[in-house]
Design a protein. Structure first.
Length: 308
């Protein structure tokens, strides 16, 4: 911009102040001294911890040798199997109990509430021991002519499956119920107004929106089940921690074998966390607070489009 002064002289007008300036004052960035101090403290603590482990009495060659030992890998396989089976059982029972909990029948509601109250109130370790020693109460099990000894039916795997799966199902039932209740009732009424069947409403309206609420805590329950599977060592189920215990009982390398188990647990949890992230992003596409890659691409094209 220009302006004409006295005598017809033309002078350039001062440019408007920038976003970080006011009335010609320079922009001064904030100094975050607290961030630098906290970062330095964290780095020093991590360095000291790493130095302590490096100089401690740990034979890292033993850790590397047993990290891929066949016995440890077999225990890891059993850990993953019991986790997947327990969560499958927990999801099936949890959905069933959640539906019962929301039923209009007071008897069904009471039974579902009692189920959740019972299995959430008893510690997991105690449930595992009860299932494993169930033969003390019921020596045989069967229906009609089919009968078997409980000690043959209730193997360590079956006891671990029932103990972990039923315990998790009580928590899963509440997660499913919370997800269903989070769906706006007005959307269900709108779906009924356009003559959708109850099955279509559940499949197209309720379930996609409920999954967005259910998946994050359900993924955390999956990871918790993986870690709680280590409790199955008390009933002699051959998961990874019990395998590590058997090995260090014989060679007396306790901390090395425990570090091996910790590394594998961290590896599996990391994989599950990545899977959980992508699954949550898949079901939360319509509710994301940050724009997706496609939305950003469309925005850039619109900004570059010529004005009509």
């Amino acid at each position: 911009m220009t302006s004409t002064g006295r005598g017809g002289a033309t002078t350039a007008a001062a440019p408007p102040p920038g976003p970080g300036q006011l009335a010609g004052l320079p922009r001064v960035p904030l100094r975050h001294y607290g961030r630098w101090v906290s970062a330095a403290v964290v780095i020093v603590l991590v360095a000291l911890l790493a130095r302590a482990f490096a100089q401690g009495g740990i034979e890292w060659s033993v850790v590397g040798r047993y990290l891929t030992a066949s016995a440890i890998l077999h225990g890891l396989q059993n850990t993953v199997i019991i986790t997947l089976c327990s969560m499958a059982l927990a999801i099936v029972l949890g959905v069933l109990v959640a539906v019962m909990r929301m039923s209009a029948n007071p008897v069904t509601r009471t039974v579902a509430f009692g189920y959740i109250w019972l299995f959430r109130g008893i510690p997991v370790l105690l449930q595992l021991l009860i299932w494993y020693n169930l033969a003390l109460v019921f020596p045989t099990v069967g229906f009609g002519p089919f009968e078997a000894r409980m000690i043959d039916v209730m193997t360590p795997f079956m006891a671990a499956l029932l103990g972990l799966g039923i315990n998790m199902s009580a928590y899963t039932a509440e997660l499913v119920r919370a997800g269903i209740l989070a769906v706006d009732k007005g959307q269900i009424e709108a779906a009924q107004a356009i003559s959708l069947t109850p099955n279509q409403i559940r499949r197209r309206i309720v379930l996609p929106q409920a999954m967005r609420v259910i998946l994050p805590p359900l993924g955390n329950e999956f990871i918790s089940t993986l870690k709680m599977s280590s409790l199955a060592a008390v009933i002699t189920y051959g998961e990874m921690l019990e395998t590590a215990e058997f090995i260090y009982y014989s060679n007396n390398r306790v901390i090395e074998l425990l570090i091996v188990a910790a590394i594998w647990y961290l590896a599996v949890v990391s994989v599950l966390s990545v899977i959980q992230h992508f699954v949550e992003r898949r079901f939360g596409r319509g509710f994301q607070s940050t724009p997706t890659r496609r939305a950003r691409s469309i925005g850039r094209r619109l900004k570059g489009a010529p004005e009509q």
